[in-house]
Write a protein that binds this ligand. Sequence first.
Ligand SMILES: C[S@@+](CC[C@H](N)C(=O)[O-])C[C@H]1O[C@@H](n2cnc3c(N)ncnc32)[C@H](O)[C@@H]1O
Length: 194
Amino acid sequence: MKAKPDFISAWMRNPRQVGALFPSSDCLAQAMAAQVNSLNGLTIELGAGTGAVTSALLDRGINPKRLLVVEKDQILADRLTSQFPSLSILAGDASRLQQLLKQNELGLAENVVSSLPLLNMRIHTRIRVLTAIFNSLSHDGKLIQYTYSPAAPIPKQLARSMGVHGFRIDRILWNFPPAHVWVYRRFRTLLNDA
Ligand SMILES: C[S@@+](CC[C@H](N)C(=O)[O-])C[C@H]1O[C@@H](n2cnc3c(N)ncnc32)[C@H](O)[C@@H]1O
């Protein structure tokens, strides 16, 4: 796990928004990317930071033309654009995801892969962001989210009120701090799959 100057500067600008002192390890990034199962469907990455998960998504074989990357910090977004010139990288807020999709003439996504520090967000912001995410997912789409907390990244009651259910899929010790990977899907899809 390497400390990256860009990431530390972003943390110093806005610690609550960045939510960590270290970028995701390769192990965590690969575990997130492994959950994406539709390589040609639209995948949205939220809170890409220094691009560790972005690289893992490309290594996983995701069609770069079907990958949209959103990062709120303008400086990190500019760095991502230089690092991945062939990708669509937007400096934007995940809570405006539906508008961003519309402006870019994109439909619903199959996967949202999120490094957003959900548990650091104020409850109103968290609800706005999650509403935007679930409204941007196709009926059987999934949210892939990691958290450093032993608790779920979306409290059970909130998830239920949004009609989704989460599963802890993986625990990654080789990350600082160790992280848990969760996948959220709509109840209806789960029932149809059962
Ligand atoms: C934990 S860091 C990301 C770590 C990333 N996986 C990496 O390896 O660099 C969280 C990122 O989410 C971004 N972020 C926080 N709130 C956001 C929002 N509402 N919309 C988009 N990005 C956001 C932060 O700027 C930060 O880059």
